[in-house]
Design a protein around this ligand. Sequence first.
Ligand code: FMN
Length: 256
Amino acid sequence: MNLTFLPAFQAPPYPEYIAALIEGGIKAVETAGRSPEPYLPALKAAGVKVIHKCTSVRHSLKAEKIGCDAISVDGFECGGHPGEDDIPNFILLPRAAEELKVPFVASGGMADGRSLVAALALGADGINMGTRFVATQEAPVHENVKQAIVNATELDTRLVMRQLRNTERVLNNEGVRRLLEIERAKGDQLTINDILDQVAGIYPRVMVDGQVDAGAWSCGMVAGLIHDVPTVGELIDRMMAEAEQIIRGRLARVLN
Ligand SMILES: Cc1cc2nc3c(=O)[nH]c(=O)nc-3n(C[C@H](O)[C@H](O)[C@H](O)COP(=O)(O)O)c2cc1C
């Protein structure tokens, strides 16, 4: 389960969410956004493992220090909130490996067996996938969303809300073009109120109603590597087979 502590107009009742997830028997939580520190005692007391998602080495080290069990290291290419440092995973993952003692998974840009093997080579203990899992049969989102991801290339994402230091990587569309025009026109004077129409209440319209041009919704550059909508089982089996083939084939040949 993911618990996202992002700036919100009205903070959700996180302690109630935590009580509910503990009661529901959830064993691992991925926290994201602000520090999970205030909520760690309740989660730890219930034996829930906490994986904090970080977009920088310094935040990863802080998460390790406050007692998180693992880190999800999210590179600049990721869908959603890549932070403000703009460090892609080819640099971020080995830097994390140099510094972290707790295990970490590579997040951002992961799509297939190649990503998995590469992430392991760069020092990660596993991978996390966002955009790839949205384009699966089981994902409870409108078919138009899955097709929009399949149709998109690696050139089709945009970064929005940079001036607000709340950067989000989203799929480009009509709503996003309007949003970026407003951002350009307002410059440093931009406030969240200027772009509410393009960022607030968009998810139900996109994910439930299938209006994929309605406004900003998270999507990673990895869309360029997503060409189909398999079941989760097919995807994982294919990834594992690809990874094994790469290790036993291409990589083994390097040593021969
Ligand atoms: C449609 C969508 C919604 C997302 N919503 C959240 C969220 O609410 N909280 C969060 O921590 N991450 C969210 N993410 C980010 C993912 O958890 C993950 O970090 C990111 O997608 C990894 O990059 P990738 O898309 O390249 O795999 C979202 C991603 C997508 C594509």
